[in-house]
Ligand binder design. Structure first.
Ligand SMILES: Cc1ncc(COP(=O)(O)O)c(C=O)c1O
Length: 304
């Protein structure tokens, strides 16, 4: 697969706006201190929320995770959830595209450089929106290739930390090999998740994925897709599996905010089963798409 097919889906927008510490301003005018701890220590957290037709998808779930991540990092935001919700809606109102991704980041803020936390931290928070361009349909109809990589991250992957060097290395390796994603495995061979996705396999009709522990990020899409699967009677096992198991599965897929469900039909140099998108993944993609549409329609109806 050519790397261009896999390139980022976000595109610049002439009226890009950012909300930063209480005010909206053009993105290009936003400035952070050279001593911001996000810049010096990757001391911060982030969220990415998708919005379809102006409706943020799984907003509560993303903001709940924001709160958990902030607490995990021991950062006390200066703004509350109500402000955050207003900001996200305002950004979406001012940004009229059918598919938008909203990015938010919170850091411990600027302070004289020292590893220990500042005595009186002034956390920095910003949110901006970008157009989310759809992935090429061929990725969903034929599935994508993933590669496997040692999981070299820290042990608190449940925090959506901006410290993403191992994720960036793994994604770069994937891109250089014409793959869409890198799937992490621990030293004992246990498969955890993707660099920016959660990873699932299907074996004998049972969907399997790593359980929610500190070793993975509990994806909002992961939870949503499992809920949809459960509602439709699909068998699920949230149990760890290793590389050997993974190489003998019938189907595989990844989930995230920007892709929902994407089939995986190649892992490293081998096809998954016959290399075609299997029936369980096909069903799950259709059910998830329908559930996303339904949620959006319900939200729009509630606003009318
Ligand atoms: C490491 C990791 N796992 C999983 C996910 C998927 O999470 P979500 O479905 O909330 O986008 C992400 C998303 O960025 C991620 O970075």
């Amino acid at each position: 697969m050519h790397a261009n097919t896999l390139s980022p889906r976000v595109s610049p927008h002439p009226e890009e706006l950012i909300w930063m510490d209480g005010e909206f301003l053009p993105l290009a005018q936003a400035r952070v201190s050279i001593e911001d701890r996000g810049l010096l220590f990757a001391d911060g957290i982030y969220e990415v929320i998708a919005a379809f037709d102006g409706v943020p998808h799984l907003l509560v779930e993303h903001l709940d995770r924001w709160d958990r991540s902030a607490e995990g990092m021991r950062i006390q935001p200066r703004y509350g959830r109500d402000t955050r919700v207003d900001v996200i809606h305002e950004l979406l109102k001012r940004f009229s595209a059918p598919r938008v991704s909203v990015y938010g980041q919170l850091t411990r803020g600027a302070a004289r450089r020292a590893h220990t936390f500042p005595a009186a931290p002034r956390p920095m928070e910003f949110w901006f929106a970008r157009e989310l361009q759809p992935y090429q349909p061929v990725l969903f109809s034929e599935g994508v290739k993933v590669i496997t990589r040692p999981d070299e991250r820290w042990l608190n992957c449940w925090i959506k930390s901006i410290s993403l060097a191992p994720n960036c290395f793994a994604r770069q390796d994937a891109a250089e090999q014409g793959a869409f994603e890198a799937i992490f495995h621990r030293e004992d061979g246990v498969v955890t998740e993707g660099a920016a996705t959660n990873f699932f396999v299907v074996k004998d009709g049972v969907i399997r994925t790593h359980p929610v522990t500190k070793r993975i990020l509990s994806g909002c899409t992961r939870e949503f897709v499992l809920q949809v699967a459960r509602q439709h009677g699909l068998a699920i096992r949230e149990e760890a599996f290793d590389l050997t198991f993974m190489r003998n599965v019938d189907e595989a897929f990844i989930t995230s905010t920007t892709i929902n469900v994407m089939p995986v039909t190649r892992i490293d140099d081998a096809p998954v089963a016959d290399g075609k998108v299997g029936p369980v993944v096909q069903k799950l993609m259709a059910l998830t798409d329908a559930a996303v549409r339904q949620l959006r329609e319900d939200s729009l109806a509630a606003l009318r």
